[in-house]
Design a binder for this molecule. Structure first.
Ligand code: HEM
Length: 415
């Protein structure tokens, strides 16, 4: 009894503490679910202090249902827009075609202009052929996802910084993989954590980049170069500092790498699941010359398409591309793989937005299209392929990834 008596004051404190925490939490929840009515803003739930609804958002992606986070809230609040709190920011989530827009001038660095892009086609073509010959054999168990990454990374090294030596590419690729793994990790900077490895890898990449950029700067000065050979040259000639360029290049690598390699991977996957579409794509691939003509066409389209989705007062705005692109209102039976739905006049403005919209719209979209088209053109005219595991699962971290890397068996195309 004595023991329990001496513990009583602690127990009482513990109970009081527990009740207070629960009370404060309920009060916070009650206050934060104001529905936005007071300021005529879209309805919202704020979630937990600081992290808001970040955890629900990340978990929905991890469980392979990234749209669930959105549909749960659109069902509850409004089909077009609601508010939430992600990563400490109060933001509005747009779930349909953006309505409010303003014309702005788009910024396209010289490197991504249509005229420049045309010069990359032979390089893309040559590198795609080289990669397919070197790495897509011996025709069994070829892992599409890692190999697509290898190709898009090597191409970026070549076009962004004129790096072609395989060892040097590998020296960038290794720390880059560690750094990107840390982008979505628990931010605990202790030895052994993913985050810690990413921070170290990030430092290493910056050092390597700084050395490379300084070397290229000296070359420009010594040789009095006036024509840029790559993206780094473009930026140096534009008067940017070495550190600024390093940061931009890291950003370009992050923006261009997983996006294009994931797209290539899923094109290979869908084509193998849908022979009727595969046959049409094969038929359509008359030659790389066709794509050459399209660059100019696509370039004009880019410069015109410069509308902006406006943020809401002080709130951050987050337009959910995923739910917009899968909205049955614009795309009947959205889960069905049916590229023919884009034929004719194509989708209504702002309903199909894989590259975003407005002044922040992906500046690399034509580069990405060319890179993907060139690679698929070479693949489909060289090989026939079949999935080794048609039931392979897809993980979302946060972009979709086939869990086994999409192994396929391939055979050379009969002549
Ligand atoms: C399939 C491939 C790609 C997809 C789906 C994609 C998609 C996107 C999206 C949705 C955005 C955000 C747009 C917004 O906020 O409205 C973006 C931004 C960006 N993308 Fe891409 N992208 C791809 C490839 C590329 C490539 C190849 C490059 C570079 C050569 C690139 C460079 C960038 C940059 C620099 C930004 C940031 C723009 C800014 O913050 O103003 N992307 N991309």
């Amino acid at each position: 009894m004595d023991g329990i008596d001496s513990l009583m004051p602690y127990l009482v404190h513990l109970v009081v503490l527990y009740v207070s925490v629960v009370f404060i939490y309920l009060l916070y929840k009650y206050k934060s679910s104001d529905g936005g009515a007071t300021r005529n803003l879209p309805p919202r739930r704020k979630g937990l202090p600081y992290i808001g609804e970040t955890l629900d958002y990340v978990l929905a992606s991890r469980w392979g249902t990234p749209e669930k986070f959105i549909t749960d809230r659109t069902t509850k609040y409004s089909p077009d827009v609601f508010r939430t709190s992600l990563l400490g920011e109060d933001m509005a989530i747009f779930c349909g075609a953006a309505e409010e827009s303003t014309k702005l001038r788009a910024y396209l660095p010289p490197f991504l202009k249509p005229e420049s892009l045309q010069h990359y086609i032979p390089v893309m073509d040559e590198m795609a052929k080289e990669h397919l010959n070197q790495h897509w054999s011996p025709y069994n168990g070829v892992q599409v996802f890692p190999l697509s990454k290898k190709y898009t990374f090597a191409l970026a090294c070549r076009l962004f910084m004129s790096v072609t030596d395989p060892d040097e590419i590998e020296n960038f690729a290794k720390p880059f993989a560690l750094a990107t793994a840390g982008l979505i990790s628990v931010p605990i900077d202790l030895p052994g954590t993913t985050f810690n490895r990413a921070v170290k890898a990030g430092r290493q990449i910056r050092q390597q980049l700084l050395a490379l950029i300084t070397k290229k700067k000296n070359e420009i000065l010594e040789k009095r170069k006036t024509v840029a050979s790559d993206l780094v040259d473009c930026m140096l000639m534009d008067g940017m500092t070495e550190v600024e360029i390093g940061n931009k290049i890291v950003g370009f690598f992050i923006a261009s790498h997983d996006t294009t390699s994931t797209a290539i991977t899923f094109i290979v996957s869908y084509l193998s699941d849908h022979p009727e579409v595969y046959n049409r794509v094969l038929e359509a691939n008359g030659g790389i010359e066709k794509q050459r003509g399209r660059v100019i066409e696509m370039g004009r389209y880019t410069e015109d398409e410069v509308d902006v989705v406006r943020g809401m007062r002080s709130n951050e705005a987050f337009w959910t591309v995923h739910t917009t692109n899968k909205n049955p209102k614009y795309f009947p039976d959205p889960e069905r793989f049916d590229p023919s739905r884009f034929e004719g006049n194509g989708p209504a403005p702002y309903t199909f937005v894989p590259f975003g919209g407005g002044p922040r719209m992906c500046p690399g979209k034509e580069y990405a299209r060319l890179e993907i088209l060139t690679f698929i053109h070479n693949l489909i005219t060289s090989f026939k392929w079949a999935k080794i595991n048609p039931q392979e699962k897809i993980s979302y971290i946060p972009s979709p990834i086939p869990e086994e890397g999409l192994p396929i068996s391939i055979q050379p195309m009969p002549n």
